[in-house]
Design a binder for this molecule. Sequence first.
Ligand code: UT7
Length: 324
Amino acid sequence: MATIHSRITGTGSYLPGKPVTNPELIAAHNLESSDEWIVERTGIRARHLAPTGVAASDLAFEACKRALEAAGRPAGDVDLIIVATSTPDYVFPSTAALLQAKLGIGNGGVAFDLQAVCSGFVYALAVADKFIRSGSHKCALVIGAEVFSRILDWKDRGTCVLFGDGAGAVVLEASKTPGILATALHADGSHHGILSVPGQVCGGKVIGDPFLRMDGQAVFKFAVKVLADVAREVLDAANMTADQLDWLIPHQANVRILQSTAKKLHVPAEKCVVTVDHHGNTSAASIPLALDEVVRSGKVGAGDTVLLEGVGGGFTWGAALLKL
Ligand code: UT7
C-alpha cells in the first residue's frame, strides 16, 4: 500500500479591527510605559484586539473561510477540525465544535480543542498529521485562534503590552507526496508556575486569579534554549541541516527570542519570519498568522522548506518541518 503523507494545501488568517499602536494602548489603559521600552525590549509596535462579543470561534471562522478558499475545498470536505486555543468561547462545548457549526458542517467528523498555549498550533498540526497518516482522516482544518486580550490584567504593564488577538488556519490533506516531513513535541510540567492563568470557574465564581501571570526572564531563557533544541531535533529526524531551510517561522513572542533562535541555528536573519512587530504575541495563533502572511505576500510558496516551532505555558514546546 502506498504511504500516506499529509500536506498543507491552503492557509488563511484573520485579525480583528484596526491595529492598536503602543502609544494608543498606553493612553487607553493609563500605563506607566513607553513606546521606546516596548519596541526595544520586545520589537512590538502594534497588535489587534477583538471587540467585545467577538470570540475565538468567530476569528477562527474567518481564518478557515480563507484557508478553504485557498485550498479550493468546500467546508463539507473537512473531516477533522482541531482548534488550538487557551481562550475558548466557553468552558464547553469546544471552540472546534462551535466552529464546525459556523462552517455549516453537520455530522462533519471529528472536532476538538487542543490546549498547549503558545505551542498549540504546532501540537495541533502534529496531531492532525498523525490522524491523516493513519488513514483515518483525509482533510483537516488546523487552527490557532486566540482572544488573549480577555485574560490580560491591564494594570500589569509587564504582560498587557505583549499580547494580541487573531486566528490562523491551514488545510492539511492526505497526499501522495510528503508535506510534513517531521514533527517533535515536548512538555515539562515542572515549569508550570512561570507562565499561567492560575484561576478556575467553581460554584459560579472565579477561584484564584483569572489573569495571565508570567516570570518574563525565566520564560525568555527557557524559550531560547528549547526552540534551538527542538529545531535541531526535527532537522535530524528528516536528515536535514539548518542551511537547507528556506524559512524559519518561530512562535512570535519577542523579536529578541526570534533573533537569538535564528543565530543559534545559524539561520540568516532574513530567513526568519517576523510578524510580532505588528501582531504582538497571539499565542497559538502566531505561527499560522505568520505563515499565512508570508504565503499571501508571495514571499513563501510551493516547494519551500519551512520549519515551524513554538514554546509556551506548561511548559510545552514543539516543531514541525515541512515542504509547502
Ligand atoms: O509566548 C511565550 C510567552 N512569553 C514570552 O516569551 C515572553 C518572554 N519574556 C520577555 O519577552 C521579556 O522578559 C519581557 C519583554 C517580558 C520583559 O523584558 P525584560 O528585559 O526581561 O525586562 P524585565 O522583566 O527584567 O523588567 C525590566 C524593567 C523592570 O523595572 P525595574 O525593576 O528594572 O525598575 C520592569 O518593571 O522594566 C520594567 N517594565 C516596564 N517598563 C516599562 C516591565 N514592563 C514594562 C513596560 N514598560 N511595559
